[in-house]
Write a protein that binds this ligand. Sequence first.
Ligand SMILES: *[C@@H]1O[C@H](CO)[C@@H](O)[C@H](O)[C@H]1NC(C)=O
Length: 421
Amino acid sequence: MVKAAGKQSCGRLVFASFLALLAFGLIADFLWASSHRFSSSAMLSLPSSVTTVVGKLPPIEKDSSNKKKKKDDNGRERKLSATFQDLPAPQLHWEKMSASPVPRLDGAAIQIRNFLYVFAGYGNINLVHSHVDVYNFVDNTWGGRFDMPKEMAHSHLGMVTDGRFIYIVTGQYGPQCRGPTAKTFVLDTDTNTWSDFIPLPVPRYAPATQLWRGRLHVMGGSKENRHTPGLEHWSIAVKDGKALEKEWRSEIPIPRGGPHRACVVVDDRLFVIGGQEGDFMAKPGSPIFKCSRRLEVVFSDVYMLDEEMKWKVMPPMPKPDSHIEFAWKVVNNSIVIVGGTTEKHPETKKMVLVGEIFQFNLNTMKWYVIGKLPYRVKTTLVGYWDGQLYFTSGQRDKGPDDPGPRKVIAEMWRTKLILNP
Ligand SMILES: *[C@@H]1O[C@H](CO)[C@@H](O)[C@H](O)[C@H]1NC(C)=O
């Protein structure tokens, strides 16, 4: 372990060694980045531990001028491409559809038949939406905007549907890095009317949420400070948008807490996929709850609950992936996941977005990388209609050579979905 806190010598050591990696027979790069100093003044704390990154290392570009160069003990220069975590993926033909009425980041989406209900989200870091936009896959138009209840959270919601009623659980209330509310609502999509639902025992930020065996399940997410992973798991019996019990009951905690994972029920089994521990937090004392970067750990873990009510470890994702809570669809017994964020860059500590589509085939329990997105993008909202995979919203990368997050988007894209049988 290399630790150089307090030493001002720029003794940044990069120790790189190549190992044969188990997955994909690729090459792993172990990198010790020490005493890295963050450019953001919002950075409050640094990890004292070693950052280890295992991932794919494509050929290093010689000409990328703005990449940071580091010297090892022998004075040789070496740099790690910002794009080192991109995976080889088939090129797809993408068609640009009409853009959503507003750009949104960290929104939520639920598809019911040919409608994609798109909720809430940040327009920018100081502005949050409090309405729903609806996309119609039949005529490919947006419309039907309606307001959310004033007390409903604006981002990082837990959300699930039974095909008519949409359950909306907790989430972050307000812009910047404000904390979550425990308030919970139900939308009847036949009448577009809202009702209150029994609040979660405590507020949760971006919890994993699903309907399973007649119960609404809510688990993980972050605690009130946005950063500390919660392991708790609750459920409550529901039917037709109403609770059948007076209170939430505790269930088996999830193996790893934290926000931003996909939570999917297929064939009577509940899966939680990817996600992270840690997230941005409000700067202490900031009257506007200004977001300040905290380091997160992104994971590729996949866990499953079945009738035994014990968590089982499933094959991991091809790479760590987070910010995917509404970025998935189930098609032909496969879970398809679009974009996200992966582990931060080990040198710059910058967030790294994901530009691939993944398939988890539940017939074979195998993961595949099935295509490239038009760009890397996180917190996309995904739908599927008539053979086409759609995504809208989220935050895209800075460009092909820079996987860091930049623009919050309203764009809607589609491509023909091609799955591995
Ligand atoms: C799903 O399965 C049906 C029936 O076998 C097939 O026609 C269709 O092409 C499949 N869809 C995808 C996206 O693979």
